[in-house]
Design a protein around this ligand. Structure first.
Ligand SMILES: Nc1ncnc2c1ncn2[C@@H]1O[C@H](COP(=O)(O)OP(=O)(O)OP(=O)(O)O)[C@@H](O)[C@H]1O
Length: 456
């Protein structure tokens, strides 16, 4: 590739931090090397090295849209900051050719004491826009950001949404040749996000190069033709967007798979809430061990509540044999969950809930809301529930909560074991014909009414 075609070129890039366990170690590190030199003692380091990013090389062509994926702490922001020049590399080099506009994490960029107006001009000048050009674009920027009269207030008084709207508007209306966006857009509301995506699409039509960090697979597939996956500061994938998503999901969930026979164990008793035609090859292996936290799709950040008299010990999506749970929009699927009862219990209800990444409940139901039934099991029973559902979700990432509760004497619901947001799954589906959460299967008929014009 000729250098003219290249927007960004990165060679052997690395960023190392020195981590001090205690503040006094930092002080020792400043003083001791001198002392050690004087006394000819063997030098000693009082920190441990941490590589936030290591040995990264890649080239980005002009007009290309590259999405950066990776779990938390994998080095995504460090990489973007190195490309923008707000961080200095420990090793390697970055060459970016063209006007770079960057929308990094919230808080970076604007001076909080200055008004919105002052910050727009300041940022515009930093981006290299001529003063008269900036004045001409000012109204457009403010209108896009929907800031109104707040434009003359200090930005420290802005909500995070207002801040991001203005920062994006400045970056996008300064005709960047390279636009770098770090997760920031996730702060804005959905309406504004869509406006931003339309603006980004326009910039791309003009040949703007895009470097984009996101946790949203959906957004990545929509905006980017290429995906780079980072894991523990190293690049583990660079290529087409779809396989990049698979590599990312593998890096997030794939390390937790166990062989089915690892969970094999003598079963005290097993009662299936839905006993009919269970396909052994695609169901969770029999057993009474707690293997929940080693299943693909398990979310370590789950919240768990309950009185401990029963435990949710395993789960699987029936028939879904990928490393990480990927479900197809519009299709039926079944979640199997296994419970182990410490104590005998009655008036039991088994439930599931689906929530978005923002915590919005999309669906919540249980055996009682389904058909009014309650269950009863003996102490030491091992029970399997199969939740069969139609996936009417639109593509995206969702959290599943699963649990078992009971009605007490007063008719109140008491949680035995409720694992909130314990499972992460991805919904895929094409073509993308709608946006939002649920597929409401829109059908539209539009027809002209001949006499409307005459009646006016
Ligand atoms: N100034 C610093 N000193 C020490 N460690 C740092 C510093 N800045 C970042 N790190 C560490 O470097 C690693 C990579 O951080 P980075 O912010 O690039 O990750 P990320 O992939 O953007 O994460 P997230 O998705 O959570 O934003 C993390 O482990 C972070 O704690």
């Amino acid at each position: 590739m000729s250098s003219d075609e290249l927007a960004i070129s990165v060679r052997g890039l690395g960023k190392r931090y020195e981590i001090y366990e205690r503040p006094k170690d930092r002080l020792k590190q400043m003083i001791m090397p001198r002392l050690q030199r004087l006394t000819k003692a063997t030098p000693k380091a009082y920190f441990r090295e941490f590589w936030a990013l290591q040995d990264l090389s890649l080239e980005v062509r002009r007009g290309e849209a590259v999405g950066i994926l990776g779990r938390n702490g994998s080095g995504k922001s460090t990489f973007l900051q190195l490309v923008c020049g707000t961080l200095h590399p420990t090793t390697g080099e970055v060459k970016a050719s063209g006007r770079v506009a960057a929308l990094l994490e919230l808080g970076a960029g604007f001076n909080p004491e200055f008004t919105g107006r002052e910050n727009v001009f300041l940022s515009g000048l930093i981006y290299g826009i001529a003063e008269n050009e900036l004045r001409a674009r000012f109204e457009e920027i403010v209108e896009f950001a929907e800031i109104g009269e707040y434009i003359d207030q200090p930005v420290k008084t802005y909500s995070s949404g207002m801040y991001v709207r203005l920062a994006f508007a400045v970056a996008a209306f300064c005709d960047p040749e390279i636009l770098i966006v770090d997760e920031a857009l996730a702060v804005g509301d959905v309406y504004f996000q869509r406006k931003c995506f339309r603006r980004i699409a326009k910039l791309r039509e003009r040949g703007c190069t895009l470097l984009f960090v996101t946790h949203s697979i959906d957004v990545l597939l929509r905006l980017c033709d290429r995906g780079v996956v980072l894991d523990h500061g190293r690049m583990i994938y660079d290529g087409e967007a779809k396989p990049a998503v698979a590599a990312y999901l593998q890096s997030v969930f794939g390390t937790h798979t166990t062989k089915p026979n690892e969970a094999e164990d003598e079963v005290s008793s097993s009662t299936s809430l839905e006993a009919e035609d269970v396909d052994e090859s695609t169901t969770i292996p029999r057993g009474s061990n707690d293997t929940f936290a080693v299943r693909p799709g398990y979310n370590r950040d789950e919240v768990r509540v309950g009185d401990g008299s029963a435990q949710l010990i395993d789960f699987a999506f029936k028939g879904v044999d990928q490393g990480s749970p990927v479900l197809h929009a519009g299709e039926r699927f079944a979640l199997q969950a296994r419970y182990r009862f410490r104590d005998a219990a009655e008036k039991l209800i088994f439930g599931v809930q689906v929530r978005t990444r923002d915590g919005i409940s999309v669906y919540s139901a249980n055996t009682f809301t389904c058909d009014g039934s309650v269950h009863q099991f003996d102490a030491k029973a091992v029970v399997m529930a199969e939740f069969d559902m139609v996936n009417t979700l639109l593509p995206g990432q969702y959290f599943l909560s699963v649990g078992v509760s009971r009605f007490d004497e007063a008719g109140e619901i008491v949680a035995l074991d409720r694992r909130i947001d314990a499972i992460v799954f991805t919904v895929i589906g094409e073509p993308r014909h709608a946006s939002g959460l649920a597929d409401m299967r829109l059908q539209v008929e539009v027809a002209a009414e001949a006499d409307v014009g005459e009646a006016r």
